[in-house]
Design a protein around this ligand. Structure first.
Ligand code: GYE
Length: 369
C-alpha cells in the first residue's frame, strides 16, 4: 500500500524527471541547430576563400635534377597566397600515370588552371580532353606534349631543346676546326635524357644531325635518365666498351657529374685537350653553381644553358588569361652558351649568331640561379 504522501512524492519525481528530459532535449536541439548553422557558415567562408584565390594545380614530373629543383622552387615562389594564388603541387615521380592521376584530381577539385610539366611527349590526349571538357585551361611548361588536337592545351612555355643541341654541336665543330682536329678523330658517346622527353629528343637530334653532317663517329646513345647515378653507371660501362671515346655529350649537368666521376675513377683525364688524350665533357642546364665551377676548371668544357625559372612566365600567362588576353601558343626562352675556353667566341646556327659567354667567377656570381 502506498500512502498519499508517498504518491505525491513519486508524482513530483516523475514531473521533475520529465522537466529535466525536456530541458536536455531542448539543449540538444539548440546545439544541433547551432552546429548545423555554424557548419553552413564554414562552407560559406570556404567558398569565399576559393573565390578570392586563383587555384592552380601544378603537375610537376619529378625531382630528378638540379634543373628540376630550381624549376619547382620558381613555380612555388610565383604562386603564393600573398599574390592571390593557391598552388596545389603534385610530384609525379617520373611516372606519367601519376601525372594523369594528378590532373584528374585537379579536375575534380575544380581548379582554375592546370599547369603540366610532362615527363614525356606522348599519351596525353585523353586526360587533356577531360580537362578541356571541364572547361579548365591547361598550360604546358618545360617539355612539350605531342597531341593530335592542339586545342587540348592553351599554350606552352619552355626552351628550344633542338636549338640547344645544335648550338652545342656547332661549338664542337668550330672548336675542332680552330684546333685543326680532323673530324674522323672525334668519337662521341651521348648520355641521353629520359627517352621520349622533349629535352632528350631535341638535344639528341641536334647532335645526331651534326655527327652525320660533320663525319664524327657517334659511338653510342644511351639514356642516363637525367640523373647523376645513372650518368655514372652508363659512363662506367661505355668506358669498358669503347677505348677511343674523346667526347661525352651529356644531356644534362647531373649526368655530367656522374660521367665525370666514372671517368676519373677509371683513371682517365678530363678536359678539352682531346688531341693529347683528354676526354671532353659537354653538357646542358648550367643551373647549379658547381656545374659552372666545373666549366672554369675545364671539367665540363661547354654548357648550353637551359633556363628553369618558369614560375613568373606561367604567372604572366595566367594574368593575361584573367585579363581576357590570348597568350602566344608557344613561347621560347632565350638562352646562352658558356665555356671557359676562348677558342670559340661565337657560333652561327641557322641565320642567328650567338656569342659564347667566356665564363669567369664574376659572371657566375652575377647569375640569378
Ligand atoms: O635539362 C634536365 C631535367 O626538361 C629541360 O629535365 C628539362 C630537363 C633538364 O631533368 O636537367
Amino acid at each position: 500500500m502506498i500512502d498519499k504522501e508517498e504518491l505525491l512524492r513519486r508524482t513530483a519525481v516523475k514531473k521533475s524527471f520529465a522537466i529535466v528530459m525536456f530541458l536536455i532535449l531542448c539543449i540538444l536541439a539548440i546545439s544541433c541547430d547551432s552546429s548545423f548553422s555554424s557548419k553552413e557558415e564554414t562552407v560559406n567562408v570556404e567558398d569565399e576563400i576559393s573565390d578570392e584565390y586563383i587555384v592552380v594545380g601544378f603537375s610537376q614530373l619529378g625531382a630528378e635534377s638540379d634543373w628540376r629543383s630550381a624549376n619547382t622552387e620558381s613555380m612555388k615562389a610565383a604562386f603564393t597566397t600573398a599574390d592571390g594564388y593557391k598552388l596545389i603541387f603534385e610530384d609525379g615521380q617520373q611516372k606519367q600515370t601519376n601525372q594523369i592521376t594528378a590532373i584528374r584530381t585537379f579536375i575534380q577539385q575544380e581548379v582554375d588552371y592546370i599547369v603540366l610539366a610532362p615527363v614525356t611527349e606522348t599519351g596525353w590526349d585523353t586526360v587533356l580532353q577531360e580537362a578541356k571538357d571541364a572547361g579548365i585551361p591547361v598550360i604546358i611548361v618545360d617539355r612539350m606534349v605531342d597531341v593530335s588536337d592542339e586545342s587540348l592545351f592553351t599554350c606552352w612555355v619552355g626552351s628550344d631543346f633542338e636549338l640547344e643541341g645544335r648550338k652545342m654541336a656547332e661549338w664542337l665543330k668550330q672548336y675542332t676546326l680552330k684546333e685543326k682536329i680532323d673530324p674522323s678523330f672525334i668519337h662521341i658517346v651521348n648520355i641521353q635524357g629520359t627517352i621520349g622527353a622533349s629535352a632528350q629528343i631535341g638535344r639528341t637530334k641536334g647532335l645526331a644531325d651534326a655527327a652525320r653532317e660533320n663525319g664524327w663517329s657517334l659511338l653510342a646513345e644511351v639514356t642516363g635518365d637525367f640523373t647523376q647515378a645513372k650518368g655514372k653507371e652508363v659512363m662506367e660501362s661505355l668506358l669498358k666498351q669503347y677505348d677511343d671515346i674523346n667526347v661525352v655529350y651529356c644531356e644534362n649537368d647531373n649526368e655530367a657529374f656522374g660521367a665525370i666521376e666514372a671517368i676519373e675513377e677509371a683513371g682517365r683525364k678530363i678536359g678539352s685537350d682531346i688531341a693529347s688524350g683528354e676526354i671532353m665533357v659537354l653538357s646542358f642546364d648550367g643551373v647549379k653553381k658547381e656545374a659552372m665551377e666545373y666549366v672554369l676548371q675545364d671539367k665540363i668544357t661547354c654548357i648550353a644553358e637551359c633556363n628553369p625559372l618558369h614560375g613568373p612566365r606561367v604567372k604572366a600567362i595566367i594574368e593575361a588569361l584573367e585579363a581576357g588576353v590570348t597568350p602566344d601558343k608557344y613561347s621560347y626562352v632565350d638562352e646562352e652558351i658558356y665555356s671557359a675556353s676562348e677558342v670559340v667566341s661565337s657560333l652561327k646556327v641557322g641565320e642567328t649568331t650567338y656569342d659564347v659567354i667566356i665564363l669567369t667567377h664574376d659572371i657566375i656570381d652575377q647569375r640569378s640561379y
